[in-house]
Write a protein that binds this ligand. Structure first.
Ligand code: CUA
Length: 295
């Protein structure tokens, strides 16, 4: 990087010196009229200004190719966290290999540690893109792609599907939440020990509605009978910032919008619209927002 930049700075200076000289030396002077002497066709000059750029491109290509291959793999000796990312129409699934953690919309990672991603697709082409952390990589049905990234600073890094994948492509967002290693461990522990026993009357009624409407045939809530995999895993849903592939905030009001008419928010989603009373919506959102880690 530095080599290429300083090489280009050198060329810039070498070009600018004769340019500025020519602008001053050959400017139009008072009393001069007509065109200055014209000439065209000089083989020596043409060969020189063709060959020099070719040589420069060759010199630039060597470190570029070398570094591109080096950067494709994580640094040797890193102990990467492995996550399988699955693109779905229109949400992202994050499966923490071997840790019994599956989540959606928000991928938590520890800062300072390499994360290697195996990228898959459940349906069509998508492209996993977190501009603040790494380049784009497609998710392709039946093909596993890989990508690695590392966050040096804690924070929320927005991501977006970067390959047109259907009517709600532009709504296929997600966040990467980078946390200090200790905060990340706390998140892992919370995901492995969700509290699934509703405590309020509303949440208890909401849990019954969740079962009655068979939400668990598409959604999973770890620790309950709900084990569907067609739709986002809702374990500890209450601690997420976003829902619906990032189209909505995780608030009771936004959850109500999603449950009552998801297709209005995200055209062609497989999430059906549910006609529920205000009381039922209140109970169901109380249950869902109450899905929190054990504390
Ligand atoms: Cu998924 Cu665009």
């Amino acid at each position: 990087m530095g080599f290429s930049m300083w090489l280009m700075v050198g060329i810039f200076v070498v070009v600018c010196i004769p340019l500025v000289y020519a602008m001053i030396r050959f400017r139009e002077r008072r009393g001069e009229t007509g065109l200055p002497p014209q000439f065209e066709g000089n083989h020596t000059v043409e060969i020189v200004w063709t060959v020099i750029p070719i040589l420069l491109l060759v010199v630039l290509a060597i470190p570029t190719f070398r570094d591109a291959f080096v950067l494709a793999s994580p640094p040797a000796g890193s102990d990467p966290l492995q996550v399988t990312v699955v693109g779905h129409q229109w949400w992202w699934e994050f499966d923490y290999n071997g840790q019994q953690i599956v989540t959606a919309d928000e991928m938590h990672i520890p800062t300072g540690r390499v994360v290697t991603l195996t990228l898959k697709s459940a349906d069509v082409l998508h492209s996993f893109w977190v501009p603040g952390l790494a380049g784009k990589e497609d998710t392709v049905p039946n093909i596993d792609n890989t990508l690695w990234l590392k966050a040096d600073q804690p924070g929320t890094y927005p991501g977006q599907c970067a390959e047109f994948c259907g009517s709600s492509h532009s709504l296929m967002r997600f966040d990467v939440v980078a946390q200090s290693p200790s905060d990340f461990q706390a998140w892992v522990a919370g995901m492995q020990h969700p509290n699934v026993t509703p405590t309020t009357t509303a949440a208890q009624a909401g849990e019954k509605l969740f079962e009655q409407y068979q939400c668990g045939s598409c959604h999973t809530v770890d620790g309950t009978k709900a084990n569907g995999t067609k739709a986002p895993n809702l374990t500890n849903l209450g601690e997420r910032q976003i829902i619906a592939g990032g189209a909505l905030e995780n608030t009771p009001a936004d959850l109500v919008q999603w449950i009552t008419d998801a297709g209005k928010i995200m055209p062609d989603t497989i999430m059906p619209a549910f006609a529920l009373s205000d009381q039922q919506l209140n109970d169901l959102t109380a249950y869902l927002e109450g899905l929190q880690p054990q504390r």
